[in-house]
Design a protein around this ligand. Sequence first.
Ligand code: 16G
Ligand code: MG
Length: 545
Amino acid sequence: MAQFQDVSQKSTLHPKPTGLVLQYGTAGFRTNAKQLDHIMYRMGLLATLRSKKTKATIGVMVTASHNPEEDNGVKLIDPMGEMVTPAWEGYATQLANAEQEDLLTALKDIIEREAINMNQEANVFVGKDTRSSSARLSQAVLDGVSALGGHSKDYGLVTTPQLHYMVCCQNTQGRYGEATVEGYYHKLSQAFIQLTKNVPNRTDDQKHLSVDGANGIGALKVREMEGHLKGELQISLFNDGTSGKLNHQCGADHVKVQQKAPTGIEMNTGERCCSFDGDADRIVYYYSDSAGQFHLLDGDKIATLISTFLKELLTQAGLDLKIAVVQTAYANGSSTHYLEDTMKVIVICTKTGVKHLHHAAQEFDIGVYFEANGHGTVLFSKTAEQKIQQLAKDPNSNDERKRSALLLQNTINLSNQTVGDAISDMLLIETILAIKGMTVQQWDTIYTDLPNRQLKVKVSDRRVIDTTDAERRVVSPAGLQEAIDSLVKKFRRARSFVRPSGTEDVVRVYSEAETQESADDLAHEVSLAVYRLAGGVGDEPKPLH
Ligand code: 16G
Ligand code: MG
């Protein structure tokens, strides 16, 4: 077929380095940008096949999120704006690793296995972050799409959640919104303005927020959006990419892992600040108190704030809808405790990675999901949306119920229901704080985090670590879980787990305990156990104190 000739011919412009093996991991392919040209071309091909198969528009996002600027990556977006389905992650890995001469065979194998009608039209949306390699790499994706005769739309510079949003809008014929960046700003800012209208006399302090844009795409987009907010939110933007390096000493991941403020931000005592990550799908908040102490409000604190707000609204509206919070093993024990025992909401724990949380959240009328690292959003089921809409229109309902229903309705519009979105989350958090008349300090004291520590251990092959129970327990290597259990017993209110990273060649160690010193000691001792029982390489982990 002429189509395949074109694929072959163009593939010579995007040759695969012989022997290079890469895997479609938790967040797609991610490595040094120099190794990714052939991957991008091939993901253009695969997205075209996926589009033919689903008879819908598919998204391809070129980004490596919070990784250093030298890296890049790519992930595929399925029709409703969700992560691509696992079977196709497998195809992505196969196609990526086929040697140059086997490319057509690998491609035809997928076509056959999925019984794809090659006469079906295909449509692919492409977006990219601000990395210097992104322009060239997204061009390689577009080459792949055109080689198989697919149509493409290049959105250029967009945040990851914006591209997810576009794909969902396109495939729902605009019911979710208009598939343009303007449409996105319009939908979110309208909802934000409607919600903040409920709070008369907001002071300038309440309207002001300092944002660390991680020197990335989020900075550009938040600036674009600001005008739509009609002064209801006044942003001081730091690390806007004009001079600093992407993710370097800044951004949500840096702040969360280092538990300190990013460089380049001016923090006044008690003022709310937040950081986005490199592709703006994560957000964390923080402030510094009068003693100069830094306080982090991570994904767990955000999930608590949002779920509390929604639960109160449901009660006021008299709506019987089931709400749940989805977390991972990284959620601080205090947050889980507070949500279950004080708030009486259902808490679910899943494996790390957005797709796992997203799917678990879809099981409820309202599913609030957040990873401790700040990736998360709120999902509303069709039933929930309908009940809320009905109540908002019901002429017989009283004022309080109606007001709550309207607030819920605008909250739905403010949430990016396809994936975690720093901009949408930021607007929702600002709204809730305004409506509840809460300062960042008051939000922080809802519960007190248990001190915790994250470490990484280099081992010769991290796949020797196998986990179960949503990554909370180790199955192999033999003896490791027993070792962790007995170490945990030495400390008060302690917990620890280890898991192989899905994005880096390391084993991650997490611990929490009553004091920081205990959490540090526990993390160190567990790291030693991993080093000894799972084939550690290099120097033995050293104590933190
Ligand atoms: C990726 C995941 C994120 C997860 C992180 C864990 C997506 C879109 N992103 O960034 O959810 O927390 O990986 O990294 O799924 P790790 O496996 O290296 O600890
Ligand atoms: Mg990200």
